[in-house]
Design a protein around this ligand. Structure first.
Ligand code: TYM
Length: 335
């Protein structure tokens, strides 16, 4: 039996932060040798909120370069750009026609983002999870490693696939139902300015997140000023001490230590002692990523060849699934 397939993606909106890294990319890297992997930069999703056409292409390259810098290995993984494979848009249309409107209206992220967009919410924002379902189903992915905020979108993807198979794949299922791969630790990294809110690219405050490309000075500043609590002795405590829990979790993951080791090490510390330690650890963890990123960005030709190869491999699989879906729906084959 061949390897199971993994698919995941990140939007090229703004810089990647520690939430994206610890919730998603780190898990892609750790698991990649076990699977046949497809990692895309989801630039079609990026225009569901107002975007800047002048930076979309460069932001897309930045994310692809960061995938490589974080350790994605081309021996087992393919990196490609969503808009380069037109089957994503085409399958989205076909799936739109079998997806009930109220399934989309129930999505938490839609409700949250719709409030931010105000009165004239675009159809793309509502349709965002169908495009995500198309991304996954086109590759017949077995596993989808994501942060916790994407769980509901994964459930919807499974519902759409099951509905399609039920209506059009009675003899033989056409689409595979994927499993989410959500790690317990790091699946929900919280904001540095409010431990009860998720670290997010769309938070207007830069101080709320550490970006993978932040300089050592920026990281020190952000950690120095981050929100804490007045209790001495640091503990993991999700309910009562959200900031303490979040900062200790960041330290644990970035230092590669166990929860027990961190709990023991930090139990008698005050914030004045812990903050410089966390800053140093974050700077050291990000340094090799930043160096590799710079090297990749300095060799545009190489990055382009990676994306060209990734696209070719992705397209072959995506087009096959698309033709199976069209056949199941009863479309004629072009002569
Ligand atoms: P995006 O671009 O918002 O986030 C990319 C990945 O980072 C995870 N993440 C977090 N994990 C932990 N803590 C946080 N604070 C945090 N913030 C973000 C997300 O869960 C995600 O795994 N819809 C997706 C992109 C997408 C996709 C796909 C993912 C499009 N098609 C197909 C998987 C498969 C999104 O907006 O991610």
């Amino acid at each position: 039996m061949g390897k199971q397939r993994v698919l995941s993606g990140i939007q090229p909106t703004g810089n990647l932060h520690l939430g994206n890294y610890l919730g998603a990319i780190r898990n892609w890297v750790e698991g990649q040798s076990q699977y046949d992997n497809f990692f895309c930069v989801v630039d079609l999703h990026a225009i569901t909120a107002p975007h800047n056409p002048k930076t979309l292409a460069i932001d897309t390259y930045t994310i692809a370069a960061l995938y490589l810098a974080c350790g994605i290995d081309l021996q087992s993984s393919n990196i490609f750009v969503q808009s380069h494979v037109s089957a994503h848009s085409e399958l989205t249309w076909l799936l739109n026609c079998i997806t009930p409107l109220n399934w989309l209206e129930d999505m938490i992220q839609f409700k949250e983002k719709a409030v931010k967009q105000g009165e004239n919410v675009n159809v793309g924002l509502l349709d965002y999870p169908v495009l995500m379902a198309a991304d996954i189903l086109l590759y017949q992915a077995d596993k989808v490693p994501v942060g916790e905020d994407q769980k509901q979108h994964l459930e919807l993807t499974r519902d759409i696939a099951a509905r399609f198979n039920h209506q059009f794949g009675k003899q033989k299922p056409v689409l595979k139902l994927p499993e989410p791969l959500i790690r317990k630790e790091g699946a929900r990294v919280m904001s540095l300015t409010d431990g009860t809110r998720k670290m997010s690219k769309s938070d207007p405050s830069e101080m709320s997140r550490i970006n993978l490309l932040d300089s050592p000075e920026q990281i020190q500043q952000k950690i120095k000023r981050c929100k804490t609590d007045p209790i001495r002795g640091l503990t993991f405590d999700d309910g009562e001490r959200p900031e303490s829990h979040n900062l200790l979790t960041l330290y644990m993951l970035l230092a590669g230590k166990t929860k027990q080791e961190v709990a023991t090490e930090c139990q008698d510390m005050g914030w004045g002692q812990f903050k410089p330690l966390l800053a140093e650890t974050a700077i050291a963890a990000l340094k090799p990523i930043q160096e590799k990123y710079q090297a990749v960005m300095d060799d545009k030709g190489y990055l382009e060849s990676v994306l060209r190869d990734g696209r070719q491999k992705a397209e072959a699989i995506a087009n096959l699934t698309l033709s199976q879906v069209k056949a199941a729906l009863g479309y004629s084959v072009p002569l």
